[in-house]
Structures are given as C-alpha cells and as structure tokens.
Ligand binder design. Structure first.
Ligand code: AVJ
Length: 323
C-alpha cells in the first residue's frame, strides 16, 4: 500500500466559531469567571504548547517519553499483533511513534485532535515514516462523543486507546470518569486504555512547570485572549492581564488563571465584561493523581488496572487499563 492510500481523508468534527463564542460568553458571564482550556489550541496555541514540552521546568513530557521508551516493548506485547490505536489529543505525534515502532503489524492509527492544522501535519509526517500503516485522522473535541472510522479489511484484533501527557488532568474527576467510561464504550470489550497521569508533588516543582522563567506558559495562557480578539472581535488588552499558576492542594490540581491587573472592562461584540483589579479568569485545571486515586477513578469507569509504571523520582505515571 502506498502512502497516499494509507492516509485517509480527514474527518472534521471540530468545534466551530459559534461554539467558541457561546463558550466564551458563558464562561465570562459566570462567577468566578472561567474559559475552557480546550480553546488554547489554535495554531499559535499548539505551537506554544510544543515549546512548553521542551522547557527545562516542564518535566512531564520528557519523563513520560523516557517511560514510554523503556516500556514500549511491554506495551506492544500487551496490545498484541494487529492492534488498532486511537490517540486522544494526538498533538505533534511524538509519543505514538514510540508505540508504533515497537508494535507488531499495527492495523490502524486514529489520531484525534481539536487542532486541525497540527493534526494534519502530524498525520502527514507519520504516513511518511510508517508507510502502509492506515491512518484515519479525526478532528474533534473528544470531550463530546464521536464515532471511530471503520477499519478497511480485517477488524483489528484489539483496540487500544492512548491518552498521554496527563491531559486527563484537564477534566474534573467526575468528567475524567465519564470520559473513561465513554472510551470503554467507544473501543469496546477487551480493549486497552493507556493513560499518562502526572503525580502529586511539591509546589516548588509544580509551580515553575506552569509558570516558566522564559514566559512561554504565560504566552500560552494569554493567547486565549488574543484568540478571542482575533476570532470573536474581542477588545481585550493583553497587557492588562497577568498569568498565574496556583497549586490547589485540597483539589490536588494546578490551576492557571489570567488575573486582571486593575479595574477594567472589555468588549466582545455587543457584550461587555467588567473585571475588578485582582479578579481572575480561571482557564485550566491540571489534576495530579496518586496511583491509587487514579485506579479508583478507572474502576468507577469500569476498567481493570493492568499495569502502573513510574520513573525513579516518582514524577509521572503511566496506567494500562483493560475493560
Ligand atoms: C496538555 C493538559 C497535559 O496540564 O500539563 C501545560 C497543558 N498547561 N502547561 C498540562 C499545559 C500549561 C498540559 N496538558
């Protein structure tokens, strides 16, 4: 099979501008104010996120890549020959390469991502590096249900979900349980789910990971306001907000906020929003799960825990689940 025929046409279910507008207006009308983190990932946000992954303070990516490298053969053995992979939030497609290289005759790769350009570029690169591997990209917000593309030819021996990066930490625990239950339904009985989870640790390590010295994470957070200005005709003064990362110990999560530097108001079309000095827009949660806490959550979603791996410093974890 040649590269062109192995790369399927994109299925585009990405949220449109009206969904973005409705979410932004609702979030800024709420108290406290909030914006959904899934909208970070326009072209510029995806570019900034890839830079975050390279930052010295941002330990999750390199720690998880090292874990995946060490465990790729074991993961491939668990998946078995002829397995089909679905990746939720596939991004630049770096981590999946480690799995695909170790797997025997993977039958299909379905990258699912909300960022269309990023998804297509990553799928093109993979099609070149894995000629003959059917790749069926789906541009979708995976927090909403979607259908899997039907594999051409033989049904895969086994489906395996891949949700790396601790992106599951963006959900609240009930949302994470619902997401996992949905993945179990989507992938079916006998399927695997491989989930990367960041582990709780001292704020002295967590806070710099979300508030780096070079200011990349600040730019990533503020880009949400730039996107509102560009796409929704917003009139936010980006210099009037500052990025803040907070450790919420009671909830075991890092929170990102955009804090208003002074009293101000900002318009988006016909709507006007007022901000007191020090008032924040809560833009992201990043939950940190101890191994046991995550196992309970997976159990609530109907999954059995097969494996858990962590690095020597106990920074990051990978769970392998089966349903
Ligand atoms: C992509 C959700 C895993 O929560 O660590 C990085 C996003 N936000 N720096 C994370 C993020 C700020 C990241 N996830």
């Amino acid at each position: 099979m040649n590269v062109v025929s192995a790369l399927h046409e994109l299925r585009d279910l990405s949220p449109g501008k009206e969904e973005f507008r409705a979410s932004v207006l609702a979030g800024l009308s709420a108290s406290p104010k909030t914006l959904p983190c899934k909208f970070f990932y326009d072209a510029e946000g995806s570019r900034l996120f890839d830079l975050i992954c390279e930052l010295p303070e941002y330990y999750p990516t390199r720690t998880e890549v090292a874990l995946l490298t060490a465990r790729a053969a074991e993961l491939a053995a668990l998946a078995g020959p002829g397995a089909a992979l679905v990746e939720f939030g596939s991004g630049a497609g770096v981590k999946i390469r480690l799995l695909l290289e170790a797997m025997r005759e993977p039958s299909l790769y379905v990258p699912v991502d909300i960022s269309r350009g990023h998804l297509l570029a990553a799928a093109d690169g993979l099609a070149e590096d894995f000629p003959g591997l059917p790749i069926a990209p789906v541009c979708a917000d995976y927090t909403a249900p979607f259908l899997l593309p039907a594999p051409s030819g033989q049904p895969p021996r086994r489906w395996a979900g891949f949700f790396p990066g601790s992106t599951i930490g963006n959900f609240t625990p009930p949302e994470a349980t619902a997401f996992l239950a949905g993945a179990a339904r989507l992938l079916g009985p006998g399927s695997l789910m491989i989930v990367g989870t960041d582990l709780p640790k001292e704020p002295a390590v967590l806070i710099p990971a979300y508030d780096d010295a070079a200011g990349v994470t600040a730019a990533f957070n503020l880009n949400l306001l730039a996107r509102i200005n560009a796409e929704l005709g917003g009139e936010f003064d980006l210099a009037a907000f500052r990025h803040e990362a907070r450790w919420n110990a009671a909830e075991s999560r890092v929170e990102m906020h955009l804090v208003s530097r002074h009293n101000q108001s900002a318009r988006i079309g016909a709507s006007r929003f007022t901000f007191a000095g020090g008032e924040s827009i809560h833009t992201e949660n990043s939950y940190k799960y101890a191994a046991d806490a995550f196992r309970r959550l997976a159990d609530d979603a109907g999954y059995r825990a097969l494996r858990f791996w962590t690095d020597p410093a106990g920074l990051f974890g990978i769970h392998v689940l089966e349903v």
